[in-house]
Design a protein around this ligand. Sequence first.
Ligand SMILES: Cc1ncc(COP(=O)(O)O)c(C=O)c1O
Length: 366
Amino acid sequence: MSRFYDRIVSQVRTLTPYQPGKPIDELQRELGLARISKLASNENPLGCSPKVVAAIEQALPNLARYPDGNAYYFKQKLAAHLGVQPGQILPGNGSNEVLELVVRTFAGPGDEVIYDQYAFAVYPLSTRAAGATGVAVPAKDYAHDLSAMADAITARTKVIFLANPNNPTGTLFDTATFEQFMQRVPEQVIVVLDEAYYEYVQVADYPDGLDYLSRYPNLLVSRTFSKVYGLAGVRLGYLVGDAEIIDYLNRVREPFNVNTLAQVAGMAALDDKDFVAESVELNRDNMAWFTAALTTLKLAYIPSSGNFVTVHTGADTARINQSLLQQGVIVRPLTGYGMAEWLRISIGTRDELEHCVDALQEACRV
Ligand SMILES: Cc1ncc(COP(=O)(O)O)c(C=O)c1O
């Protein structure tokens, strides 16, 4: 135990760090493998748009200057793209940052934050870091049980996190379920609707969070450039909501939270609609191919609306994961999510997925 242990605020002492996917370099160093397929972090296998690369190159000579702390041009462009006012947007260093800012702004010791049993790890992490109490509501068939989540609201509830689709399960809730839920939430309770995988959703009955903002000022919608836009490395995400709430969140954020390259990358990414369409199409086709292959391998999975699928690998999951790593395939074990018998696998290129299927076949053979 370090000599600083007693000085660390109690809510931080008990935190377990977020587990990122194993970096490619690390596995290459460890095993010296030539071929590595990283399918652990739901990244875009196509990379990002060439327009983004060109915009970043053009911005490189200006790195000595601080970024625009207000992200003026980025917000103007994004607002026009989304059909909202720039004052309704809070850009962040990934959507991760804006999710955390919401908790820090609205919840502290004695307050409750509600999320699903299989919620994205950042919700419980930021709740605990703020000293608030997390209320994990049991899922129904691995999906959010919105009715049970509404039942869990108390006088102490400050924030409710919903992810649609959810990570790590890929599950979705429909319009009617969402509307019934929102009607039950008191107006002073903040609902964060996390739409990190929004662009990948193919079903018609999907509630687009932005459509509900004028009806529910307590609703905040988060989205990201990390997934379909392929910009996980530059860190860019945002929150959209009531301008007054955004104004308060702005007071808590760091002055230069979104760097110059992220701002220009985001603007260029919005211009390349073909790249987004191509990424969505690839994901749809490869999801169909990969899930068919899983069925052939007799591996059950949770049908997913995101760019990943969670696969049931059973009691032998730790060994299977180890075998996949030895074969150069990095996927995401879900023990930290209370899903020790499952692996989450991102939808990569066909080549990466073939590598994964071969490795799974080998790993499951024993
Ligand atoms: C549901 C969900 N929300 C938010 C994020 C955070 O993404 P980022 O901080 O890269 O925008 C992720 C990343 O995997 C996610 O799965």
